[in-house]
Structures are given as C-alpha cells and as structure tokens.
Design a binder for this molecule. Structure first.
Ligand code: 5GP
Length: 117
C-alpha cells in the first residue's frame, strides 16, 4: 500500500469503515479486533498514522506509547479482570499486517490464545 493511502485504522477512525470505537483519549482510540484470538481481543491505536511500528513510536513519542498502555489497562479492567497481554507485532515476519502501529490487548482466559499471524 502506498504511504499516501490511508490505513485501515485511519479509515475506521474517520467512519469510512464501520467499527465501534470502544474508547478514546486525546491521541488514541480502541476497537474490537475483527478476528479475535482471545475472549477479549481489542486494538489500541494512535489516531496518527505516522508511526509504522512500536519501535518508531517509542523512539519518537514515548508519551504516546504510554497513553496507549494506559488505555489498554483501563480497557482490560472494563472488559475483563484487569489482567492483560499487550502485543505489538513488528514486521511482516512477526505477523504484522497493518503498518499503522497498534497494540493487541488480549484478556480473558489466555491459555489457548495465539499471538497473531
Ligand atoms: P497485525 O496483524 O498488523 O498485528 O494486526 C492487525 C489486526 O487488525 C488483525 O488482528 C486483524 O484481525 C485486524 N483487522 C484488520 N482489518 C480490520 C477491520 O476492518 N476491522 C477491525 N476491527 N479489525 C481489523
């Protein structure tokens, strides 16, 4: 996909693709993953698409990364018992398919939960 094309998550944020926005902060929003791999499987996504992965994000804007972790934690409390696994697939060989950084928030019974791919 060319860099000029909006990512699927930007299109969701702009309402072009339907998906309920479960929660948002000033710079971050959350949706349910369309193909859940755990009883609770949410995605926490920066509103900006400028970072392709968590390495770029952490290097350039650690406060935004912290905002993502904070929203993930509050969602895990709202949708499960507060415990959660946070996964950033980084690179195609690690299962990343959308190059607009996002965190997978996995919660519930995780014994059988895969990590993506
Ligand atoms: P990645 O594989 O890049 O780490 O994660 C991308 C995630 O986005 C996948 O788990 C996939 O199921 C999810 N996804 C892809 N398209 C859509 C969509 O249109 N809506 C929602 N809610 N999730 C999507």
């Amino acid at each position: 996909m060319p860099m000029s094309e909006p990512s699927i998550f930007t299109r969701i944020l702009q309402g072009e693709i339907p998906s309920e926005i479960l929660a948002e902060t000033e710079n971050v929003f959350a949706i349910r993953d369309i193909a859940p791999k755990a009883p609770v499987h949410l995605l926490v996504i920066p509103k900006t698409a400028q970072y392709r992965n968590v390495v770029e994000l952490a290097a350039d804007d650690p406060a935004l990364l912290a905002e993502m972790v904070g929203l993930a934690s509050s969602l895990a409390g709202e949708h499960a018992d507060g415990d959660f696994r946070l996964v950033f697939n980084t690179g195609a060989n690690a299962g990343q398919t959308v190059f607009h950084v996002h965190a997978h928030v996995l919660a519930g019974s995780l014994d059988e939960a895969g990590l993506g791919g």
